[in-house]
Design a protein around this ligand. Sequence first.
Ligand code: UD1
Length: 416
Amino acid sequence: MSKIAICGGKSLNGEVDIQGSKNAALPILAATAMNENECELSNCPDLEDVKAALKIISYLGGRSEYGGHTALVNAAGIHKFEIPEELMGSMRSSVLFLGPLLSKFGQAVISYPGGCSIGLRPIDLHLKAFKTLGVSVEEIGGRIYCKVNKIQPNRVNLIFPSVGATENIMLLTAVSEGETVVVNAAREPEIVDLQNFLNSMGAKISGAGTETIRIIGVEKLNKVKYNIMSDRIFAATCLCAVASCGGNVVLQNVNPEHIGLITSMLSGAGCNISCGSDYVRIRSTQRLRGLGKIMTSPYPGFPTDAQALFMSALAAADGTTVFVENIFESRYKHVPELIKMGADIIVDGRLAAVTGCNYIQGASVEAQDLRGGAALIIAGLSAIGDTVVSGVRHIDRGYERIEDTFASLGASIRRI
Ligand code: UD1
């Protein structure tokens, strides 16, 4: 099992190319499963979760090649509609194959998906929406059997703007007859990227990025070449690392609009940030200031995926920050590890109060989930002394060799 060793306290300087978005790539890869023609995806990040998605495609009977950040998928040979438990458990996004398989075969069998253990993460909203669209759902022995003769276009009201449920509805109905409307849809930029991808294959979807998405079903999808959007959470990770270590870094290949709230909050904490059309520069020269209160909420609110990153960056800030985690129930697993590093954090249910300590000190810590793991890397980079982070497999699910990114900016960090 690899670990990441960091000798902290170095400022970060230089340029980083932001990787393609994991959370955009995964629904897009699921979408390729219902196209009979070849799909070429560029800017596709080299991640464990991407490998897991390609493994599901090949298990189902499709072909794929991956190299140089490009995935080529030919799903014409897909002939199975059941995903075994082991592949379902490899990541949460395995559930996004449900829509495409139902669309292609009129039936699909899955089990509950795996992924980070950051809360209950049920799929009831996906299944309830599917029932509204005419899908029958039966659960036997932990397996979920879904069937549909013909998708019934309808108005689907989501009681919560779930990212995955919104994507699955788009995937189920892109090829169908009639118009489906999703009300209270998630508005994340990755939903817009999925719409753009589906439309570039010939789908007729509009409204992604707003609360109402309209899907006019089409008969079939065409061959496509598509460039996946850049990863706003990877960008947030780099920004938080520079904010807390100090330095001067330019992030290239980033959409500043997607991280507007993140950059304005880091400016509020004392960083100097400027943006161009596809880059963001951050300069951090002073001790950060606490931010008072940070509440996670669906986009365009503060992303739950950036909660741990900000907590780490603000652990040695001047003053207090209170976090309110509104999206997932168990997303403070990094806290005991940050406390080991000298942070002063009190958790009470969904609240975590962080009082800035004088400095973070190196320690042996363990990543329990993806973003919590990245937060420990940030803490190690800014700490006094040596840090060893274990549980690196969680971090590899969403970051391409995170140690290379920070080593290229001058950090003393390596995989052992
Ligand atoms: C996606 C992101 C994840 C991010 C999250 C919230 C991907 C691959 N993952 O996850 O990084 O943290 O959005 O921005 O894109 N819920 C239900 N029932 C459901 C579905 C969701 O109760 O059927 C709950 C979840 O348990 C959670 C909340 O709704 O508490 C948000 O979930 P959702 O928006 O669906 O997140 P994911 O798509 O799983």
